[in-house]
Design a protein around this ligand. Structure first.
Ligand code: ATP
Length: 309
């Protein structure tokens, strides 16, 4: 597995009285091609981690690499793009001018520069507004332009800090589509966002930081599963089958179409399948079996407010 980001005991304490342990020793791996979401309440250490990885702050302990290159090495950041939170473009520039400026800063010259700006304007769907001043852009358009600048040099890893901040639902959807497009192109994405429903939709893996410590790390799928419970939809369950399955079957909801929904709790998938066999051999027709999940938001609130880990 090729790793885009790897940290080993990476930590940051800001000096001062008293000193602030913003990031406690963190060991984290983000695989190349992954869409990774970093979550945590205000002050959890998210920005500090991003700053360390981008060389904008220096660790007090530990180490980290980007695609195998140590973060102390400026070249480690060549394949990296960054959309900072609350970025600003000079309002008097047009979208095209702004991208041209970033193209120059990326070292692009001549026809290649114009072509790349055109390509990016098309990608973020700003072609029609390309010659309007940035000062007239909506928040969603500004965020899309910000993503375009982050992609200028075709980075393999892109940090997006609150990419949908202040953007309306239509704009958020457009940004989500863009993120999905980048993911499909194999770009590794590191997303920092408080909009958990967005994170849940686009990220394959998330980590939750709390008080500078990583308290959860896993796939969205694994983290949001509610133990070993499945919602089953089937034709009505005969009383004797329900009795045979004892406490494994929860309360039943009858649906207008005559089918029933109930939660089956089993220790594992093998036991679930045995229960389904028992249902089917008693004449029950199963229409759907879905794992019971909590939302990422529920998990986040639980971890941040109750979890002492
Ligand atoms: P938010 O969601 O509000 O952006 P965050 O998770 O990004 O928060 P950080 O900005 O990394 O959190 O801050 C972590 C802790 O470090 C906080 O207690 C913050 O006050 C402190 N901190 C951040 N930058 C500095 C600094 N330059 N000097 C001293 N303390 C700092």
């Amino acid at each position: 597995m090729s790793l885009a980001i790897q940290t080993a005991g990476l930590a940051k304490t800001y000096g001062g009285r008293p000193p602030v342990e913003a990031l406690k020793p963190l060991t984290l791996e983000v695989a190349a091609g992954e869409t990774f979401g970093l979550l945590g309440p205000n002050g959890a250490g998210k920005t500090t981690l991003v700053k360390l990885l981008l060389g904008l702050a220096h660790p007090t302990a530990g180490s980290a690499t980007l695609f195998g290159a140590p973060i102390e090495d400026a070249d480690a950041r060549r394949p990296v793009g960054f959309l900072p939170e609350g970025h600003r473009f000079p309002p008097f520039l047009t979208g095209r001018d702004a991208l041209d400026l970033f193209a120059r800063m990326s070292g692009l010259e001549g026809a290649g520069r114009d072509a790349r700006a055109r390509e990016l304007l098309a990608l973020v769907r700003l072609e029609a507004a390309a010659d309007r001043r940035v000062g007239t852009y909506s928040k969603g358009m500004l965020q899309r332009l910000g993503i375009a600048q982050a992609l200028m040099h075709r980075p393999r890893l892109v940090f997006l800090d609150e990419p949908t901040d202040g953007v309306d639902p239509v704009g958020r959807r457009e940004i989500r589509i863009l993120i999905e497009q980048l993911r499909d192109d194999g770009v590794t994405l590191f997303l920092n966002s408080h909009l958990l429903s967005e994170v849940e939709r686009v990220c394959t893996r998330v980590a939750i930081l709390k008080d500078g410590r990583m308290v959860r790390d896993g796939t969205v799928d694994d983290l949001t599963r509610q133990g070993r419970a499945w919602t089953v939809t089937s034709t009505p369950l005969p009383a004797e089958t329900r009795i045979a399955l004892e406490d494994a079957v929860g309360e039943t909801t009858e649906r207008p179409d005559g089918l029933e929904r109930y939660v089956v709790t089993m220790p594992d998938r093998v036991a679930l399948n045995a229960a389904l066999d028992a249902l089917r051999s008693s004449g029950v027709e199963v229409e759907a079996v879905e794992p019971v999940r909590q939302s990422l938001e529920d998990l986040f609130v639980e971890v941040v407010t109750h979890d002492e880990s």
